[in-house]
Write a protein that binds this ligand. Structure first.
Ligand code: URA
Length: 192
């Protein structure tokens, strides 16, 4: 699917491909730099995201924003989106058929942004994007290069809010992300 941003966002706005459309107040397509070097993929919108139509603007979003700042970037410099673009009821995990219905949008976003580094926030983001089976506790901070793009699983910010002891590991992951971006820039953006 080769589309423009305008076509893609308008298709997402009107999407009725799965049951999640029935409960939404707003779709949450994603936001940020359309040519970002760094892309974050979460799971799906929560209550505040559904209300505002923007990704990661609730409590876990505040934490993600602080972590982005901590590696010297602004939110507007990166691209942030989710596996599913509509809020699952009671914030449950997206069902496989819901994720499958939405994955074409994520692929189109990925093709438009063409990031060098993709950070996968939590297990659900990994499950639908990586071929390998990932356990966040074991695999966070590891690089999974795929077709010239560096993918890294890390903790979902809501897991860090539930268990602040994980924040130290998450910070180490973010330092690796910062270092990888610097390394790729020094190499002139060479592929993985
Ligand atoms: N959690 C997610 O996975 N995505 C959001 O946009 C907000 C919370």
């Amino acid at each position: 699917m080769r589309v423009s941003w305008a076509e893609l966002y308008s298709e997402i706005e009107g999407c009725r491909k799965c049951r999640l459309c029935e409960g939404r107040s707003n779709v949450v397509p994603g936001e940020g730099n359309p040519k970002a070097r760094l892309m974050f993929i979460g799971e799906g919108p929560g209550q505040e995201e559904d209300r505002q139509g923007r990704p990661f603007v609730g409590r876990s979003g505040e934490l993600l924003t602080r972590m982005i700042h901590a590696i010297g970037l602004e939110r507007a410099e990166v691209y942030i989106c989710n596996i599913v673009k509509c809020r699952p009821p009671q914030n449950r995990n997206p069902e496989p058929d819901e994720a499958a219905a939405c994955l074409g949008y994520l692929r189109a976003q990925f093709a438009l942004v063409r990031p060098q580094v993709v950070v996968l926030l939590g297990r659900v983001a990994c499950q639908y994007t990586l071929k390998d089976q990932v356990f966040i506790s074991r695999d966070h901070g590891r690089w999974f290069p795929q077709k010239g793009v560096w993918f890294m699983p890390t903790f979902h910010p809501s897991a860090l809010l539930r268990d602040p002891a994980k924040k130290r590991d998450a910070w180490e992951d973010f330092q690796k992300i910062r270092d990888k971006l610097a390394e790729l820039e020094a190499e002139g953006g060479d592929e993985a």
